[in-house]
Design a protein around this ligand. Structure first.
Ligand code: ADP
Ligand code: MG
Length: 380
Protein backbone atom coordinates (compact mmCIF):
# COMPACT_ATOMS: atom_id res chain seq x y z
CA UNK A 1 0.00 0.00 0.00
CA UNK A 2 1.27 3.50 -0.81
CA UNK A 3 0.55 5.98 1.95
CA UNK A 4 1.27 9.70 2.23
CA UNK A 5 2.22 10.89 5.70
CA UNK A 6 1.71 14.58 6.45
CA UNK A 7 3.40 16.36 9.30
CA UNK A 8 3.12 20.00 10.29
CA UNK A 9 4.87 20.46 13.60
CA UNK A 10 4.96 23.01 16.37
CA UNK A 11 7.54 25.09 14.49
CA UNK A 12 4.70 25.98 12.11
CA UNK A 13 7.30 26.16 9.35
CA UNK A 14 5.19 24.19 6.91
CA UNK A 15 4.15 20.75 5.78
CA UNK A 16 6.29 17.67 5.24
CA UNK A 17 4.91 14.98 2.97
CA UNK A 18 6.44 11.51 2.96
CA UNK A 19 5.31 8.93 0.44
CA UNK A 20 5.83 5.50 1.91
CA UNK A 21 5.32 2.00 0.55
CA UNK A 22 4.15 -0.38 3.27
CA UNK A 23 3.54 -4.07 3.84
CA UNK A 24 3.10 -6.32 6.88
CA UNK A 25 1.41 -5.29 10.12
CA UNK A 26 2.23 -3.92 13.52
CA UNK A 27 5.81 -4.57 14.60
CA UNK A 28 6.40 -6.65 11.50
CA UNK A 29 5.57 -3.74 9.20
CA UNK A 30 8.07 -3.22 6.41
CA UNK A 31 8.32 0.14 4.73
CA UNK A 32 10.25 2.00 2.12
CA UNK A 33 10.33 5.78 1.75
CA UNK A 34 9.52 6.60 -1.87
CA UNK A 35 10.12 10.32 -1.49
CA UNK A 36 9.86 13.29 0.82
CA UNK A 37 8.77 16.82 -0.07
CA UNK A 38 8.69 19.88 2.19
CA UNK A 39 6.31 22.78 1.62
CA UNK A 40 6.74 25.98 3.63
CA UNK A 41 3.53 27.65 4.74
CA UNK A 42 2.77 30.92 2.95
CA UNK A 43 3.79 33.78 5.26
CA UNK A 44 0.22 34.82 6.08
CA UNK A 45 -0.80 31.23 6.85
CA UNK A 46 2.17 30.77 9.17
CA UNK A 47 1.21 33.98 10.95
CA UNK A 48 -2.38 32.77 11.36
CA UNK A 49 -1.22 29.39 12.67
CA UNK A 50 1.20 30.96 15.15
CA UNK A 51 -1.46 33.37 16.28
CA UNK A 52 -3.91 30.55 16.95
CA UNK A 53 -1.26 28.47 18.76
CA UNK A 54 -0.10 31.29 20.99
CA UNK A 55 -3.50 32.73 21.69
CA UNK A 56 -5.10 32.92 25.09
CA UNK A 57 -8.27 33.37 23.11
CA UNK A 58 -9.13 33.25 19.43
CA UNK A 59 -12.43 33.88 17.68
CA UNK A 60 -14.16 30.57 16.98
CA UNK A 61 -14.98 31.58 13.42
CA UNK A 62 -11.29 32.15 12.75
CA UNK A 63 -10.36 28.78 14.24
CA UNK A 64 -13.06 27.00 12.22
CA UNK A 65 -11.85 28.69 9.04
CA UNK A 66 -8.26 27.78 9.74
CA UNK A 67 -9.34 24.16 10.27
CA UNK A 68 -10.76 24.02 6.74
CA UNK A 69 -8.05 26.16 5.16
CA UNK A 70 -5.27 23.88 6.40
CA UNK A 71 -7.04 20.89 4.86
CA UNK A 72 -7.00 22.69 1.48
CA UNK A 73 -3.30 23.44 1.91
CA UNK A 74 -2.53 19.85 2.90
CA UNK A 75 -4.44 18.64 -0.17
CA UNK A 76 -2.37 20.89 -2.44
CA UNK A 77 0.83 19.56 -0.87
CA UNK A 78 -0.17 15.93 -1.47
CA UNK A 79 -1.28 16.69 -5.02
CA UNK A 80 1.97 18.44 -5.86
CA UNK A 81 3.93 15.56 -4.39
CA UNK A 82 1.97 13.01 -6.40
CA UNK A 83 2.49 15.02 -9.57
CA UNK A 84 6.19 15.50 -8.99
CA UNK A 85 6.78 11.82 -8.32
CA UNK A 86 4.22 10.38 -10.70
CA UNK A 87 2.79 8.24 -7.91
CA UNK A 88 -0.77 7.76 -6.67
CA UNK A 89 -1.30 7.37 -2.96
CA UNK A 90 -4.02 5.12 -1.58
CA UNK A 91 -4.27 6.54 1.91
CA UNK A 92 -3.21 9.65 3.81
CA UNK A 93 -2.11 9.94 7.43
CA UNK A 94 -2.43 13.54 8.50
CA UNK A 95 -1.13 14.73 11.85
CA UNK A 96 -2.68 18.17 11.53
CA UNK A 97 -1.55 21.33 13.23
CA UNK A 98 -1.54 21.25 17.00
CA UNK A 99 -3.31 24.31 18.32
CA UNK A 100 -3.45 23.19 21.91
CA UNK A 101 -2.20 20.20 23.84
CA UNK A 102 -2.71 19.43 27.50
CA UNK A 103 -1.79 15.81 28.13
CA UNK A 104 -2.34 15.84 31.87
CA UNK A 105 -5.89 16.11 33.18
CA UNK A 106 -6.88 19.10 35.30
CA UNK A 107 -10.15 20.04 36.93
CA UNK A 108 -12.68 21.63 34.61
CA UNK A 109 -16.35 22.23 35.44
CA UNK A 110 -16.41 19.38 37.91
CA UNK A 111 -14.61 16.91 35.64
CA UNK A 112 -11.04 15.82 35.11
CA UNK A 113 -10.15 16.81 31.57
CA UNK A 114 -7.04 16.28 29.43
CA UNK A 115 -7.41 17.62 25.92
CA UNK A 116 -5.75 18.22 22.61
CA UNK A 117 -6.65 19.93 19.35
CA UNK A 118 -5.12 19.20 15.95
CA UNK A 119 -6.74 20.99 13.07
CA UNK A 120 -6.83 20.44 9.30
CA UNK A 121 -10.12 18.70 8.60
CA UNK A 122 -9.91 15.08 7.43
CA UNK A 123 -13.16 15.06 5.46
CA UNK A 124 -12.13 18.04 3.37
CA UNK A 125 -8.73 16.49 2.71
CA UNK A 126 -10.28 13.14 1.72
CA UNK A 127 -12.75 14.83 -0.60
CA UNK A 128 -10.08 16.87 -2.36
CA UNK A 129 -7.78 13.89 -2.85
CA UNK A 130 -10.39 11.23 -3.49
CA UNK A 131 -8.72 8.82 -1.06
CA UNK A 132 -9.34 7.99 2.61
CA UNK A 133 -7.60 9.98 5.31
CA UNK A 134 -6.67 9.05 8.85
CA UNK A 135 -6.33 12.12 11.04
CA UNK A 136 -6.65 13.22 14.67
CA UNK A 137 -4.38 10.51 16.08
CA UNK A 138 -3.90 11.76 19.61
CA UNK A 139 -7.33 11.65 21.33
CA UNK A 140 -7.62 7.83 21.25
CA UNK A 141 -4.43 7.47 23.28
CA UNK A 142 -5.60 10.14 25.73
CA UNK A 143 -8.99 8.48 26.11
CA UNK A 144 -7.01 5.38 27.16
CA UNK A 145 -5.25 7.38 29.87
CA UNK A 146 -2.17 8.39 27.86
CA UNK A 147 -0.66 11.80 27.27
CA UNK A 148 -1.47 11.55 23.56
CA UNK A 149 2.23 12.02 22.81
CA UNK A 150 4.69 11.02 21.63
CA UNK A 151 3.32 8.78 18.88
CA UNK A 152 6.51 8.40 16.85
CA UNK A 153 7.92 5.64 19.11
CA UNK A 154 5.98 3.06 17.09
CA UNK A 155 8.13 3.93 14.07
CA UNK A 156 11.24 4.21 16.23
CA UNK A 157 10.72 0.64 17.42
CA UNK A 158 10.36 -0.58 13.86
CA UNK A 159 13.55 1.12 12.73
CA UNK A 160 15.93 1.36 15.66
CA UNK A 161 15.35 -1.62 17.96
CA UNK A 162 18.62 -3.54 18.00
CA UNK A 163 19.56 -6.85 19.64
CA UNK A 164 22.88 -5.58 21.01
CA UNK A 165 22.80 -1.78 20.96
CA UNK A 166 20.83 0.52 23.20
CA UNK A 167 19.53 3.45 21.20
CA UNK A 168 18.13 6.87 21.86
CA UNK A 169 16.28 8.56 19.04
CA UNK A 170 15.99 12.31 19.42
CA UNK A 171 13.84 14.54 17.25
CA UNK A 172 14.48 18.27 17.29
CA UNK A 173 11.46 20.10 15.94
CA UNK A 174 9.86 23.05 17.69
CA UNK A 175 10.00 20.84 20.77
CA UNK A 176 12.63 18.18 21.41
CA UNK A 177 11.52 14.65 22.14
CA UNK A 178 13.22 11.32 22.44
CA UNK A 179 12.54 7.61 22.38
CA UNK A 180 14.85 5.36 24.39
CA UNK A 181 15.12 1.75 23.28
CA UNK A 182 17.45 -0.44 25.36
CA UNK A 183 19.20 -3.29 23.54
CA UNK A 184 16.77 -6.13 22.72
CA UNK A 185 13.97 -4.16 24.39
CA UNK A 186 10.47 -5.48 24.80
CA UNK A 187 7.87 -2.94 23.73
CA UNK A 188 7.04 -2.23 27.39
CA UNK A 189 10.63 -1.19 28.09
CA UNK A 190 10.56 1.69 25.66
CA UNK A 191 10.55 5.14 27.20
CA UNK A 192 9.76 8.39 25.49
CA UNK A 193 9.26 11.96 26.55
CA UNK A 194 9.74 15.53 25.49
CA UNK A 195 13.19 16.78 26.40
CA UNK A 196 12.22 20.46 26.32
CA UNK A 197 12.47 23.19 23.71
CA UNK A 198 13.90 22.14 20.35
CA UNK A 199 14.06 25.09 17.95
CA UNK A 200 11.13 26.96 19.42
CA UNK A 201 13.01 29.37 21.67
CA UNK A 202 15.85 29.76 19.14
CA UNK A 203 13.35 30.62 16.39
CA UNK A 204 11.49 33.14 18.54
CA UNK A 205 14.73 34.94 19.44
CA UNK A 206 15.94 34.94 15.83
CA UNK A 207 12.69 36.53 14.79
CA UNK A 208 12.91 39.14 17.52
CA UNK A 209 16.57 40.11 17.11
CA UNK A 210 17.27 39.52 13.46
CA UNK A 211 13.87 39.31 11.76
CA UNK A 212 14.75 35.77 10.65
CA UNK A 213 12.58 32.66 10.97
CA UNK A 214 15.53 30.56 12.20
CA UNK A 215 19.26 30.59 12.78
CA UNK A 216 20.49 29.17 9.48
CA UNK A 217 23.18 26.60 10.18
CA UNK A 218 23.47 27.95 13.72
CA UNK A 219 25.81 30.67 12.40
CA UNK A 220 24.42 33.46 14.59
CA UNK A 221 24.63 31.40 17.78
CA UNK A 222 28.19 30.46 16.84
CA UNK A 223 29.16 34.12 17.23
CA UNK A 224 27.94 34.26 20.81
CA UNK A 225 29.09 33.03 24.18
CA UNK A 226 26.81 30.94 26.38
CA UNK A 227 25.62 32.76 29.50
CA UNK A 228 26.28 29.95 31.95
CA UNK A 229 24.42 31.43 34.89
CA UNK A 230 21.26 31.84 32.80
CA UNK A 231 21.58 28.32 31.46
CA UNK A 232 21.91 26.84 34.95
CA UNK A 233 18.98 28.86 36.21
CA UNK A 234 16.81 27.92 33.21
CA UNK A 235 17.45 24.22 33.78
CA UNK A 236 15.67 24.55 37.14
CA UNK A 237 12.34 24.97 35.30
CA UNK A 238 9.94 22.39 36.82
CA UNK A 239 9.48 20.77 33.42
CA UNK A 240 13.04 19.42 33.46
CA UNK A 241 12.61 17.89 36.93
CA UNK A 242 9.51 15.92 35.92
CA UNK A 243 10.16 12.20 35.55
CA UNK A 244 8.39 9.69 33.34
CA UNK A 245 6.16 10.58 30.41
CA UNK A 246 5.96 14.33 29.87
CA UNK A 247 4.95 16.54 26.99
CA UNK A 248 5.62 20.14 26.15
CA UNK A 249 4.44 22.63 23.59
CA UNK A 250 3.91 26.33 23.12
CA UNK A 251 2.08 26.16 26.44
CA UNK A 252 5.47 25.56 28.13
CA UNK A 253 8.04 27.11 25.82
CA UNK A 254 6.11 29.69 23.82
CA UNK A 255 5.92 33.46 24.00
CA UNK A 256 5.63 33.68 27.76
CA UNK A 257 8.69 31.52 28.28
CA UNK A 258 10.76 33.58 25.85
CA UNK A 259 9.84 36.72 27.73
CA UNK A 260 11.12 35.20 30.99
CA UNK A 261 14.23 33.94 29.27
CA UNK A 262 15.06 37.41 27.97
CA UNK A 263 14.43 38.95 31.35
CA UNK A 264 16.89 36.58 32.90
CA UNK A 265 19.55 37.37 30.30
CA UNK A 266 19.29 41.00 31.28
CA UNK A 267 18.89 44.18 29.29
CA UNK A 268 22.51 44.59 28.40
CA UNK A 269 23.15 41.06 27.16
CA UNK A 270 24.51 40.67 23.65
CA UNK A 271 22.05 39.27 21.07
CA UNK A 272 24.39 36.57 19.88
CA UNK A 273 25.10 35.50 23.46
CA UNK A 274 21.37 35.21 24.14
CA UNK A 275 20.93 33.08 21.04
CA UNK A 276 23.92 30.92 21.98
CA UNK A 277 22.37 30.43 25.41
CA UNK A 278 19.01 29.38 23.95
CA UNK A 279 20.86 26.93 21.71
CA UNK A 280 22.77 25.58 24.71
CA UNK A 281 19.50 25.18 26.60
CA UNK A 282 18.22 22.77 23.96
CA UNK A 283 21.53 20.89 23.98
CA UNK A 284 21.74 20.75 27.78
CA UNK A 285 18.16 19.52 28.17
CA UNK A 286 18.91 16.73 25.70
CA UNK A 287 22.22 15.98 27.45
CA UNK A 288 20.51 15.79 30.84
CA UNK A 289 17.83 13.44 29.52
CA UNK A 290 20.45 11.17 27.96
CA UNK A 291 22.55 11.15 31.14
CA UNK A 292 19.53 10.26 33.21
CA UNK A 293 18.65 7.37 30.89
CA UNK A 294 22.24 6.15 30.85
CA UNK A 295 22.08 5.63 34.62
CA UNK A 296 19.71 2.68 34.25
CA UNK A 297 20.50 1.25 30.79
CA UNK A 298 23.50 1.13 28.51
CA UNK A 299 23.08 3.20 25.35
CA UNK A 300 25.40 3.07 22.35
CA UNK A 301 23.76 5.38 19.82
CA UNK A 302 22.04 8.74 19.78
CA UNK A 303 20.20 9.26 16.51
CA UNK A 304 18.90 12.74 15.74
CA UNK A 305 16.30 14.03 13.31
CA UNK A 306 14.23 17.13 12.59
CA UNK A 307 15.07 20.66 11.49
CA UNK A 308 17.37 21.14 14.48
CA UNK A 309 19.95 18.82 12.90
CA UNK A 310 20.62 21.63 10.40
CA UNK A 311 21.74 23.88 13.21
CA UNK A 312 25.41 22.93 13.34
CA UNK A 313 26.11 24.92 16.49
CA UNK A 314 23.36 22.96 18.24
CA UNK A 315 24.72 19.66 16.91
CA UNK A 316 28.19 20.51 18.14
CA UNK A 317 26.84 21.37 21.58
CA UNK A 318 24.89 18.11 21.77
CA UNK A 319 28.04 16.25 20.73
CA UNK A 320 29.89 17.84 23.65
CA UNK A 321 27.05 16.97 26.06
CA UNK A 322 27.24 13.25 25.31
CA UNK A 323 30.96 12.97 24.55
CA UNK A 324 31.85 11.42 27.89
CA UNK A 325 29.17 8.74 27.71
CA UNK A 326 30.62 6.65 24.91
CA UNK A 327 27.55 7.31 22.79
CA UNK A 328 27.81 7.73 19.06
CA UNK A 329 25.88 10.75 17.69
CA UNK A 330 24.55 10.56 14.15
CA UNK A 331 21.54 11.62 12.06
CA UNK A 332 18.77 9.07 11.54
CA UNK A 333 19.80 8.99 7.86
CA UNK A 334 22.49 6.55 8.96
CA UNK A 335 19.71 4.08 9.85
CA UNK A 336 17.87 4.64 6.58
CA UNK A 337 15.31 7.29 7.59
CA UNK A 338 16.14 10.78 6.29
CA UNK A 339 16.20 13.10 9.27
CA UNK A 340 13.89 15.69 7.73
CA UNK A 341 11.28 13.09 6.69
CA UNK A 342 11.05 10.97 9.81
CA UNK A 343 8.01 12.51 11.49
CA UNK A 344 6.03 12.48 8.25
CA UNK A 345 7.01 8.84 7.67
CA UNK A 346 5.71 8.07 11.17
CA UNK A 347 2.23 9.35 10.33
CA UNK A 348 2.13 7.28 7.15
CA UNK A 349 3.04 4.22 9.20
CA UNK A 350 0.47 5.01 11.91
CA UNK A 351 -2.31 5.66 9.38
CA UNK A 352 -1.51 2.34 7.73
CA UNK A 353 -1.98 0.52 11.05
CA UNK A 354 -5.28 2.28 11.68
CA UNK A 355 -6.52 1.45 8.21
CA UNK A 356 -5.93 -2.21 9.07
CA UNK A 357 -7.53 -1.80 12.49
CA UNK A 358 -4.25 -2.27 14.30
CA UNK A 359 -3.17 -0.44 17.42
CA UNK A 360 -0.09 1.78 17.22
CA UNK A 361 0.35 3.75 20.41
CA UNK A 362 3.22 2.63 22.62
CA UNK A 363 1.88 2.61 26.20
CA UNK A 364 5.39 2.80 27.70
CA UNK A 365 5.83 6.06 25.81
CA UNK A 366 2.49 7.79 26.32
CA UNK A 367 1.46 6.31 29.67
CA UNK A 368 -1.75 4.85 28.21
CA UNK A 369 -3.35 1.87 30.01
CA UNK A 370 -3.47 -0.18 26.83
CA UNK A 371 -2.74 -0.31 23.13
CA UNK A 372 -5.43 1.35 21.02
CA UNK A 373 -6.19 2.04 17.38
CA UNK A 374 -5.37 5.68 16.74
CA UNK A 375 -7.16 8.31 14.70
CA UNK A 376 -10.33 8.86 12.77
CA UNK A 377 -10.98 7.71 9.23
CA UNK A 378 -12.57 10.02 6.65
CA UNK A 379 -13.76 8.24 3.50
CA UNK A 380 -13.54 9.97 0.19
N1 ADP B 1 19.08 25.42 7.73
C1 ADP B 1 18.66 25.43 9.00
N2 ADP B 1 19.47 25.88 9.98
C2 ADP B 1 19.08 25.90 11.26
N3 ADP B 1 17.84 25.52 11.66
C3 ADP B 1 16.99 25.05 10.73
C4 ADP B 1 17.34 24.98 9.36
N4 ADP B 1 16.28 24.47 8.67
C5 ADP B 1 15.31 24.25 9.59
N5 ADP B 1 15.73 24.60 10.82
C6 ADP B 1 14.98 24.55 12.07
O1 ADP B 1 14.07 23.49 12.04
C7 ADP B 1 12.75 23.93 12.33
C8 ADP B 1 11.74 23.05 11.63
O2 ADP B 1 11.99 21.74 12.03
P1 ADP B 1 10.88 20.62 11.94
O3 ADP B 1 11.58 19.33 12.16
O4 ADP B 1 10.08 20.81 10.71
O5 ADP B 1 10.01 20.99 13.22
P2 ADP B 1 8.45 20.83 13.47
O6 ADP B 1 8.18 19.38 13.51
O7 ADP B 1 8.24 21.51 14.80
O8 ADP B 1 7.78 21.54 12.35
C9 ADP B 1 12.73 25.38 11.90
O9 ADP B 1 11.76 26.11 12.59
C10 ADP B 1 14.15 25.80 12.24
O10 ADP B 1 14.24 26.20 13.57
MG1 MG C 1 8.07 21.34 10.37
Amino acid sequence: MIVAGLMSGTSADGVDVAVVRLAGRRYRTRFELVAHCAFPYPVAVRAAVLKAMNAKSIAVDELARLNFLLAEIYADCVQQTQRQLGVTCELVGCHGQTIYHQGQATGYLGHHIACTLQIGDGSVLAARLGIPVVSDFRPADMAAGGLGAPLVPFLDLLVFRHPKRGRIVQNIGGIGNLTAIPAAAQTEQVRAFDTGPGNMVIDALCEKFFGLAFDDGGKLAAKGKVLDAVLTERMKHPFFQRKGPRTAGREEFGREYVREFLKQCGRRANKHDILATATALTARSIGDAVRRLAKTDRYHDLFVSGGGTRNLTLMEMIGREVAGLGIELQPTDAAGVPSQAKEAVAFAVLAYQTWHRKASNVPGATGADREVILGKVSYA
